[in-house]
Design a protein around this ligand. Structure first.
Ligand SMILES: N[C@@H](CCC(=O)N[C@@H](CS)C(=O)NCC(=O)O)C(=O)O
Length: 211
């Protein structure tokens, strides 16, 4: 399989963790999201993913899959071990809820395109953009801190999709210097996850395109 990725992309980071946990081999094709206005905007990448975002996964069949959660669910269905979603429907709904707080309610507001839009089209100052970024992370993390039951992972003794979304979002928060001292449960979950080789290998600094 081939993963179009960018070392700092938290959506790609989620998929890297899933591939590693499931022991699936893949090669990385880096797509630089910043250089020259973003290599993701080039026609050759647009032909891969018309949405011009990473990640995109070329499956062994040659099909291109996009959207990190859809990719992870595809991996879950085709390579069920180790499971990233519990069997019990209520427990699954809970894991998906935590994952979606991040993937649907935090990340889209803090992503490259919306932040660029705030700057270039809405003419906002960098300080206002930083405040926006911090606000949506802190608001989402407050909910996650209340909901998480670290044992030691976000939803118990097994790593789940919730952890795959949480660890990359914490990386983003740290990079943008969001204070995290009010989120001890979240920080504990991060430490437990990063102790696992599958998470460690997926870290931005361990990618071939790391800067
Ligand atoms: N919901 C998508 C988000 C994908 C996404 O927005 N990726 C970011 C990097 S984390 C990206 O490619 N941004 C480029 C851009 O916004 O131009 C997913 O989960 O895959």
């Amino acid at each position: 399989m081939k993963l179009y990725s960018y070392f700092r992309s938290s959506a790609a980071y989620r998929v890297r963790i899933a591939l590693n946990l499931k022991g699936l081999a893949y090669e990385t094709t880096p797509i630089h999201l910043v250089r020259d206005g973003g290599h993701n905007k080039r026609p050759e990448y647009r032909a891969v993913n018309p949405q011009m975002r990473v990640p995109a996964l070329v499956a062994s069949s040659g099909e291109v899959l996009i959207q990190s959660l859809a990719i992870i669910e595809y991996l879950e269905e085709t390579q069920p071990e180790p499971p990233l979603l519990p069997k019990d429907p209520l427990a699954r709904a809970r894991v998906r809820a935590l994952a979606q707080i991040i993937a649907c309610d935090i990340h889209p507001l803090n992503n490259t395109s919306p932040l660029r839009y705030l700057k270039n089209e809405m003419h906002q100052q960098q300080s206002a953009i930083d405040a926006w970024y911090h606000h949506w992370i802190v608001t989402g993390f407050e909910a996650l801190e209340a909901l998480a039951r670290p044992a030691p992972y976000a939803c118990g003794a097994q790593v789940t999709l919730a952890d795959l979304c949480l660890v990359p979002q914490i990386y983003n928060a740290r990079r943008l210097q969001v204070p995290l001292h009010n989120f001890p449960k979240i920080i504990g979950i991060e430490a437990a996850c990063l102790a696992l080789p599958a998470f460690d290998r997926a870290r931005p600094e361990n990618q071939p395109d790391a800067e």
